[in-house]
Design a protein around this ligand. Structure first.
Ligand code: ADP
Ligand code: MG
Length: 224
């Protein structure tokens, strides 16, 4: 427990630092972007280079945004909320991305679910991360399944995100959730870290079952 406390404290410090740094970086980035666009409007020279600068700045912005989510998991906004609605929102949000890969997001949700004391925005971020990862791991035409049920004598809610995609081997499984660990060309390697952090703040638990080439199931358990 002593070690757990230390770890929680370290996470808080990281979160605060991240928030500070992220805000500091955001302003100069905005002016950098503005001036590059200004140059682009004035001349056709160096257009290719300027486009690269802009897309790299966009990438930095994307990383900063994920970092801010991480830091926000310290200042939560807890209230009673319906997880079913949060999952439905998530699926609506990611359906366009799924359809582009001809992937169907199937849901298996129970109607009579108790409300949960949680931070709905944060949980939505978690579900978005997992479902997005599932879509990205899947091949064209696969489906992704999101299911939710009560378990442990109705004390906990369990949310499963299942895909039939590339799966993970032992080496990758050990590294997921570490800051900046990614196997994707365009990945940030922050999604899993942010999600693990948020689940911890909800006194929840995360399990993963994965087989290389067969698919992956993430199981999130949250107390009601
Ligand atoms: P990113 O998605 O930006 O790479 P994440 O933290 O979300 O960062 O994920 C880290 C890594 O974990 C991914 O790059 C991938 O290798 C692995 N991973 C996560 N979810 C899955 C999944 N459903 N199937 C296969 N690999 C996954
Ligand atoms: Mg991800």
């Amino acid at each position: 427990t002593e070690q757990k406390l230390l770890k929680a404290e370290a996470l808080n410090v990281v979160g605060e630092l991240a928030a500070g740094v992220a805000h500091e970086i955001r302003n100069p980035l905005t002016s950098l972007k503005g001036f590059v666009q200004l140059i682009q409007n004035q001349t056709d020279d160096f257009n290719q280079y300027l486009s690269i600068i802009l897309s790299e700045v966009d990438r930095i912005e994307h990383i900063i945004k994920e970092f801010l989510v991480l830091s926000k998991s310290n200042s939560q906004n807890f209230k009673m909320a319906c997880i079913t609605d949060i999952i439905k929102d998530t699926v609506d949000l990611l359906n366009t991305q799924a359809i582009m890969k001809n992937i169907e997001i199937k849901t298996e949700l129970e109607d009579q679910m108790p409300l949960v004391f949680c931070d709905p925005m944060q949980l939505k971020q978690v579900f978005i991360n997992f479902v997005k990862n599932a879509i990205e791991a899947s091949s064209i035409g696969d489906f992704v399944k999101v299911s939710m049920s009560l378990c442990d004598e109705k004390k906990n809610i369990q949310i499963q995100i299942k895909d039939y995609g590339c799966g993970m081997d032992e080496v990758v499984l050990k590294k997921i959730g570490k800051p900046f660990f990614t196997t994707k060309e365009e990945g940030t390697g922050l999604g899993m870290m942010v999600s693990t952090n948020i689940i911890k703040h909800h006194n929840g638990k995360l399990d993963v079952k994965s087989k290389k080439g067969k698919g992956t199931t993430f199981i999130i358990t949250i107390p009601v």
